[in-house]
Design a protein around this ligand. Sequence first.
Ligand code: SF4
Length: 243
Amino acid sequence: MSPPSASEILTPANPKGLRDIPFEIPAVDPVEKRRASRILDALTERYPDARCALDYSAAHELLIATICSAQCTDVAVNKATPALFKAFPTPKDYAASTPKKIEPYVKSLGFFRNKALAIHESMSVIAQEHGGETPSTMDELLALRGVARKTANVVLGNAFGINMGVVVDTHVNRIAKRFGLAPQDATVQAVERRLMALFPRDRWTDLSHRLIWHGRQVCKARGALCAGDDICRKFCSNSKGDR
Ligand code: SF4
């Protein structure tokens, strides 16, 4: 008999049995879970090709692109990173350089001094403490400069296929609340935990991509196109249709 998966192991600290998740997952009732499942089905049908919009060809490049994406669009990041990745092919190349030499490559992205510093320091740690390999655990990623849960979830979910949480960016935060998946006053941390409770673990990364695509294509932060969209009509409290 094969050993139980992480999601099958029940522990008192975490009744949903996600033993490797170091915090409590909130309880949700089965009706909420069924509704969440219908939302995910509808989003999956609408956005079958939803994926990470950042360009990368190695885990450390995705980490850098995600650091660069703070307060700026993925399109702008994708314009800037080819030259950066060409100039610094490996974490060791960043470590051997300086933040000042990285700055020109990220200058177009805003907060470029902070971003160059975070790139240099995180790549230096990867080069010096991880043998040049991007770490694949939440704790190791969170120890890097410029990396919080959102960035770590992007890297783990997309570069390594590991679901340790849900990426909650501005779109996910907004739509989760509009779809009634989280309370209006929930913090980003509370939204993530609600989504982790409502959706199967193997869909957490998918879920964030699909919510982000709905956010970009239909539910734009300014001027949401609330009329006439099937998903909105079924699931959003802003729509005039039935929920
Ligand atoms: S109904 Fe409007 S506010 Fe709600 S998800 Fe759709 S576009 Fe966004």
